[in-house]
Design a protein around this ligand. Structure first.
Ligand code: F6R
Length: 581
């Protein structure tokens, strides 16, 4: 995972204001450690939170070339030694790397035979020694060594390199990298959002491409070292940088924004994005089957999508991206529908690239415009949830569901979506205090179960995921009917079991009774006063119920998390965007 950024300017730039504030915008890619290096060999690394690190950097520190890195650890523990940038033992070559060098052990042995030593546990450290050997020790050009690197290295990389010669070097395979063109020079970063306050012109690196960037010009090369012309993309970035305002955490702010963010999407799908909706409809009609591919929360949205489309007679499946090639075959009759908040999840990117080779068409539902997944799609709906800062996805999930409802409407799903924003507000207004009280009763429980059926089965899983990632509660979300095939053995006196009961769903009610009679403490989330739910949601059909019941799960995870005193917006071990396999 990790975020990288580098700047090269005619005059010196500020490390604190220019380099590190750009890096801060990449914090969603990992926050285990942070560091930077300048062209004259000055560097600083730390495991402090990135804001504290920025505060610790001298405001007068300036350079005309600098690189920086924010880490999500893959190889090697979270400590200052393993933090990037890495450097060779003469401290001449510095590198910031996003990705994984899979054959690093072989390359390390080769370099050790040449007398190079290693002091970190990372895969990335081989990069500095590799380029030191080729460029410094053997005096070869970057083009020659970059070609060799691309040939020899297995794995993924977006790399920024400085060797103290007044240039910035960059290479990319699979991990994203873009070059921003500014008035003062160039800025390289893992995404264009990070430099969208400095320029609206960018070049996206293709796979196995590399570049040499001087303060006033740049040159791109393909894997054979051939000079290539690159298209400059002019982009519009309308998403504002998020601020906490009066809220204690982004998570609760983002939960509460949903009446506005859902309305924004509903309006856009009627007007600005109506043509994209039509393109989805045509692509679905032209295909034999729709295969959703996604991870985590976006996979749960995809499961709702499968339910919606199957009910309209469209063959659909959802496959978790990381296991796609083990469980699914794709042909030219398949429409891949990628669902991703970030648009950068590596497992999803890998699937769509391979599916494209097999002739499949690609449609996507993303939150982040210009993201890799969107750029690789035949058509793409933007869910317009605004930036999600909290690592856990909430408002994006709701808008993914709304986008899917809209697609299903093109095939006959009969529902007026206009009521959703007000019903979201009603759900939050009526239930927030109730959920706070419930959190007080439950926050010491370590195991919870959530049962759903049909459109609410994915929500049971989504609520369980939120309970795991925010308050670190072991929670299991499952199909109610599957419970008695084993899991019911775990029910003990007082085990909390949430039952999602839209309308008067009798099967769900009997599942509730079955666990109750074994001592479970059931909490019924329903929308009909007749069944006396513990948590009452607005009147709606079973599919729309999925939105309101997920809000309850998100609120509950938040308030249990607050009582457990965890880091709500940045849970341990996670990152917002998972850009490694
Ligand atoms: C959970 C969460 C993750 C993401 C998953 C996919 O709250 O945020 O499970 O949903 O990592 O990310 P995207 O949607 O960016 O592809």
């Amino acid at each position: 995972m990790c975020g990288i950024t580098g700047i090269i300017t005619k005059d010196d730039h500020s490390i604190k204001e220019d380099l590190l504030k750009t890096l801060k915008r990449l914090e969603y890619r990992g926050y285990d450690s942070v560091g930077f290096a300048t062209n004259d060999g000055f560097f600083k690394k730390s495991t402090l939170p990135i804001s504290d690190f920025i505060n610790s950097v001298d405001s007068d520190l300036r350079s005309n070339i600098s690189i920086s890195h924010t880490r999500w650890a893959t190889h090697g523990g979270v400590n200052e030694n393993n933090a990037h940038p890495h450097f060779d033992k003469t401290q001449k070559v510095f590198c910031a790397h996003n990705g994984i060098i899979e054959n690093f052990n072989d390359l390390k042995e080769e370099l050790e035979d040449e007398g190079y030593s290693f002091k970190t546990e990372t895969d990335s450290e081989i990069i500095t020694n590799f380029f030191h050997k080729g460029m410094v020790k053997e005096g070869k050009s970057f083009e020659i060594i970059a070609k060799e690197f691309i040939k020899k290295v297995k794995g993924t990389f977006a790399i920024l390199l400085i060797i103290g010669d007044g240039r910035l070097y960059a290479l990319k395979r699979d991990s994203p990298l873009a070059l921003g063109i500014t008035e003062k020079g160039f800025i390289l970063a893992s995404d264009i959002y990070s430099f969208s306050n400095k320029t609206d012109k960018a070049i996206f690196f293709g796979d196995d491409e590399f570049a040499i960037i001087d303060k006033d010009k740049y040159a791109f090369f393909d894997k054979d070292g051939k000079n290539i012309d690159k298209e400059i993309t002019s982009f519009e970035w309308s998403v504002e940088e998020e601020k906490l305002d009066e809220y204690p955490h982004y998570m609760i702010k983002e939960i509460k924004e949903q009446p506005i963010t859902s309305r924004r999407l509903i309006e856009s799908l009627k007007r600005d994005q109506a043509n994209r909706l039509k393109e989805f409809e045509n692509l679905i009609k032209d295909s034999k089957r729709v295969v959703f591919v996604a991870s985590g929360t976006s996979y749960h949205a995809s499961l709702v999508g499968v339910h919606l489309l199957n009910k309209q007679g469209i063959e659909s499946h959802a496959v978790i991206a990381s296991e796609f090639e083990n469980f699914y075959l794709v042909d030219d009759k398949t429409l891949i529908l990628a669902v991703s908040q970030s648009g950068e999840t590596m497992d999803v990117v890998t699937v769509i690239k391979k599916a494209r080779k097999n002739g499949a068409k690609i449609a996507s539902i993303v939150n982040v415009p210009y993201s890799t997944i969107q750029r690789h799609s035949d058509t793409s709906i933007e869910i317009l949830a605004g930036q999600e800062v909290c690592v856990a996805s909430t408002k994006a999930f709701t808008n993914q569901l709304i986008a899917l409802f809209s697609i299903a409407r093109s095939f006959g799903y009969d529902n007026n979506l206009e009521n959703i924003p007000d019903r979201i507000k009603e759900t939050l207004d009526i239930n927030e205090e109730i959920i706070k009280e419930l959190a007080q009763k439950l926050y010491e429980k370590n195991d919870m179960f959530i049962l759903g059926k049909g459109a609410t089965y994915p929500i049971a899983r989504e609520i369980a995921l939120k309970l795991k990632e925010i308050p670190y509660v072991h929670a299991e979300g499952m199909m109610a009917g599957e419970l008695k095939h084993g899991t019911i053995a775990l029910i003990e006196d007082g085990t909390p079991v949430f039952c999602l009961v839209p309308g008067k769903n009798l099967e769900m009610l009997s599942s509730a009774k079955e666990v109750e009679s074994r001592g479970a403490k059931t909490i019924i989330i329903g929308n009909k006063e007749g069944i006396e739910p513990d948590i009452l949601l607005p009147e709606s059909d079973e599919k729309e119920f999925s939105i309101y019941s997920s809000l309850i799960g998100h609120l509950l995870s938040y308030y249990i998390g607050v009582l457990r005193g965890v880091n709500i917006d940045k849970p341990r071990n996670l990152a917002k965007s998972v850009t490694v396999h």
